[in-house]
Design a protein around this ligand. Structure first.
Ligand SMILES: Nc1ncnc2c1ncn2[C@@H]1O[C@H](COP(=O)(O)OP(=O)(O)OP(=O)(O)O)[C@@H](O)[C@H]1O
Ligand SMILES: NC(=O)c1ccc[n+]([C@@H]2O[C@H](COP(=O)(O)O)[C@@H](O)[C@H]2O)c1
Ligand SMILES: [Zn+2]
Length: 280
């Protein structure tokens, strides 16, 4: 199958990126190689979407810094970009809604390109035919994650079942191996994931790279070097803005993650509603 007849594919990674590490960028490279090796896809874009501040994860520094650091880190990539849409929303957005947003955006762009080509090219031109055929296949959007992310689907009250279903049924997952996580086992333990496993790509990293953003933050707080784990431009940005300190690490300490808070609120509402209608 030539590259042109393949399905165009966009990879979307959601997470804290607090801060972005070399491994976050490697995830995209590993995923792209794997998908190209299937012979079915052509990866056309990578999108990194830093989570909204309202996610309330411990030590989460403001999104404007996380977005700025990711932009600096990705300056050398010609296919991965940072998208601040999720971080700029009023509140935290469920991941499936972030996927829907970016999918709709990709369709809008496709429509725009088609119209541009139609208006620009003379009808008889052979270039027009070849260019427009390039845009006739609808792109796919897949969620890119590490194996620990897949594991969180099992955490009670963190994900809505219908959302996990939509992610694996409609979009698909590309999951990179991570020490301490066994994605094949998580899939076999879940009826839902097993049903849609044809849409879950498990990628084994060929060189183990256990960088973790939490460990990077701890090292920075202790004044240790993180050179060669994080791009130099990001290290300079962190130093310049003095981003990671003992104080920043205490941010959201003891808070419940927003998805869990939302779940609790819904439970309380339902309990009250039940009491009211049953006269309790
Ligand atoms: N070393 C790694 N190997 C595989 N996947 C990774 C690795 N580091 C991060 N990821 C993946 O990158 C995405 C974003 O992760 P996140 O921002 O939570 O980074 P992290 O290093 O896991 O940070 P933290 O330690 O704060 O949880 C997630 O899907 C996560 O699984
Ligand atoms: N129900 C949901 O949609 C849901 C639940 C938990 C985490 N998430 C997302 O997963 C990512 C997890 O990031 P961290 O691994 O940094 O915690 C974030 O982008 C977060 O928004 C989504
Ligand atoms: Zn993580």
């Amino acid at each position: 199958m030539s590259m042109k007849s393949r399905i165009p594919l966009i990879l979307l990674a959601c997470g804290s990126f607090n801060p972005i590490t070399n491994m976050h960028m490697r995830l995209f490279e590993l995923a792209r190689d794997h998908l190209h090796q299937t012979g079915r896809y052509q990866v056309i874009e990578g999108i990194m979407s830093p989570v909204n501040d309202d996610y309330r994860k411990k030590g989460l520094v403001p999104a404007r810094h996380r977005v700025a650091m990711a932009k600096l880190a990705l300056e050398t990539s010609d296919w991965i970009r940072v998208d601040p849409w999720e971080s700029e929303q009023e509140t935290w957005t469920e991941t499936v809604k972030v996927l829907r947003h970016h999918y709709n955006e990709s369709l809008r762009l496709l429509q725009y390109k088609k119209e541009f080509i139609k208006n620009k090219q003379p009808l008889e031109g052979s270039t027009e035919n070849s260019l427009s055929s390039h845009y006739t296949v609808l792109p796919e959007l897949k969620l890119l994650c590490g194996a620990d992310f897949l594991q969180t689907f099992q955490t009670p009250n963190l994900w809505k079942k219908e959302h996990v279903k939509e992610i694996v049924e409609k979009f698909g997952l590309v999951c990179i191996s991570r020490a301490g996580s066994d994605p094949a086992q998580y899939i076999s333990e879940s009826e839902l994931l097993t049903k849609f496993q044809h849409n879950i790509f498990l990628v084994k990293e060929w060189i183990q790279n256990e960088i973790s953003a939490t460990q990077i933050r701890y090292a920075l707080c202790r004044g240790l070097s993180v050179k060669y784990l994080v791009p130099d431009s990001v290290i300079s940005y962190i130093a310049h803005h003095n981003i990671y300190t003992e104080e920043s690490e205490r941010k959201n300490e003891g808070d419940l993650l927003q998805p869990l808070r939302l779940h609790n609120t819904t439970l309380t509402f339902n309990r009250r509603h039940l009491q009211r209608i049953s006269g309790g």
